[in-house]
Design a protein around this ligand. Structure first.
Ligand code: ZN
Length: 471
């Protein structure tokens, strides 16, 4: 616990504070965890983005020795604690507790590596849209819209979200109304009076009441998605709280993120079907960028942790310690298997691992849960599109069951799904369809064939999700 606190304090005070840069406008700009993403998402100047990226890239390398010393100690203690409990190592302990096996996670990772090229269509799209010769790592976050940062009023966001639940069981609408009209959501930012950043959902299952949502709504596309994401947790907890005993109102990490990310898929579909093509392209491209994060970056972090633990154990046996450069090399070598070959990454080894909070958690091996969860969500979403009625009945039962069944029993019982290679192949098929959808929307923007994004989707409804999947 002490190590975790120390790591978080170092990340907050040293690692993520990369220092100042001078922008093209001569303005000084402090690069920190927030401002880094803001600049890379919104600054149209590639030169500014490069300066910001470089500042952080080399700063992280400078921090890597100090973080490696900390990580070495942590990895040793993780494995020691696991061995005392008769596990081979802390990786085995973690998977066992999540009802998963080594081979399931290996299968998942190999699907993502084998099929990483499906994102090339999306990368090409981004490159063309930004009118660039080649994509650099600092070109990947920029919002693809003519009006970056356009704001959506909270009430309009609520109306959109409510409509996105139109095809769901009526209980979605009931719980939505109870939550948004009943003072259960802390909506707007208020940093001057000490309100913290971020968003989360606090379950009130024991009271059989809707959950409390804490967020900082600023009107961006991502804020709208956060709102429906947190409502997904709220709907899930309300259903559990009213169905099973309080002690069963829980689940594994990857299960708990399913209803929230499912809601995001509903929202993306709603925006595409009901807006002009510019916002539709902006939302869909941002969403596909997130898939890349879920299916390349997050599982890779866990693979890195596993190999880093092994490296630390070897070093420890030789009475040595691990250096920043060794962990940077390991990180970069693994990332090459997951990342796109068409993006011009830097030749130097990256120290990106230094600022990832999750790898320093006492409860380690966390991030691959995001990939497992998102894959299950997409498989469920495919079933929803194919037969909403049958799906809804099973989905409500699934969300209500809590931990009365193990994750695998629940998935099998309600959806006939197993966590295996096929699940991850199916998820990648949906990603492929989303990329095709983006290409079609863009074609429409540039051609006279269709009147609106909605018209394109009319063509798809019925056929799009049912069309034979290409591998
Ligand atoms: Zn969540």
């Amino acid at each position: 616990m002490k190590l975790q606190t120390e790591a978080f304090s170092k990340i907050t005070n040293n690692v993520t504070r990369a220092g100042n840069i001078t922008l093209e406008s001569e303005e000084e700009y402090a690069v920190n965890s927030q401002s880094f993403y803001t600049l890379l998402s919104t600054d149209q100047s590639q030169e500014n983005r490069k300066r910001c990226y470089d500042q952080r890239f080399y700063h992280l390398i400078d921090e890597s020795d100090s973080m490696a010393t900390l990580y070495f100690e942590k990895a040793r203690l993780d494995d020691l604690a696991a061995k005392e409990l008769k596990y081979t190592d802390s990786y085995e302990k973690c998977l066992y507790r999540l009802y998963l096996t080594d081979s399931q996670v290996d299968g998942m990772n190999s699907v993502f590596k084998e099929r990483k090229d499906i994102f090339e269509g999306y990368n090409d799209f981004r490159k063309t849209k930004l009118e660039l010769e080649t994509l650099k790592p600092y070109d990947l976050l920029l919002e693809l819209t003519e009006e970056p940062g356009e704001e959506y009023a909270y009430v309009d966001a609520l109306k959109g979200i409510q409509k996105s639940y139109a095809g769901m069981d009526p209980r979605f609408n009931d719980i939505f109304l109870e939550m948004v009209t009943g003072n259960f959501i802390d909506v707007y930012p208020d940093p001057e009076n000490g309100k913290q950043p971020g968003g989360y959902c606090y379950k009130l299952c024991a009271l059989h009441a809707p959950a409390l949502i804490f967020m900082n709504y600023n009107g961006l596309i991502s804020d709208q998605k956060t709102l429906t994401h947190e409502l997904g947790h709220g709907i899930n907890s309300y259903l559990m709280g009213n169905s099973v005993d309080y002690l069963y109102c829980t689940g594994q990490i990857y299960e708990m993120e399913i209803p929230s990310t499912f809601n995001e898929e509903l929202f993306v579909d709603y925006v595409i079907e009901n807006s002009d093509s510019d916002p539709a392209v902006a939302v869909l491209s941002q969403h596909i960028g997130e898939y890349q994060n879920y299916f390349a970056f997050q599982p890779m972090i866990t693979e890195f942790e596993h190999k880093a633990h092994q490296l630390c154990a070897e070093k420890s046996d030789e009475n040595g310690i691990v250096s920043g450069a060794e962990l940077n090399a390991l990180w970069t070598e693994l990332y090459k298997d997951y990342r796109s070959d068409s993006i011009e990454y830097y030749a130097e080894d990256s120290a990106e691992w230094t600022n990832i909070n999750h790898i320093y958690l006492a409860n380690n091996y966390y991030t691959f849960n995001y990939a497992v969860s998102k894959a299950i969500t997409l498989a469920l979403f495919k079933q929803y599109r194919e037969d909403p009625e049958a799906f809804n009945e099973n989905y409500i039962a699934y969300l209500s069951a809590g931990s009365t069944l193990t994750p695998e029993e629940k998935l099998k019982k309600y959806f006939g799904i197993e966590i295996n290679r096929q699940l991850f192949e199916d998820a990648m098929d949906v990603v492929e369809l989303r990329i095709q959808q983006l290409e079609e929307l863009e074609k429409e923007r540039n051609g006279p064939k269709f009147e609106s994004a909605a018209e394109i989707l009319n063509i798809y409804s019925g056929s799009f999700w049912n069309m034979p999947l290409q591998k």
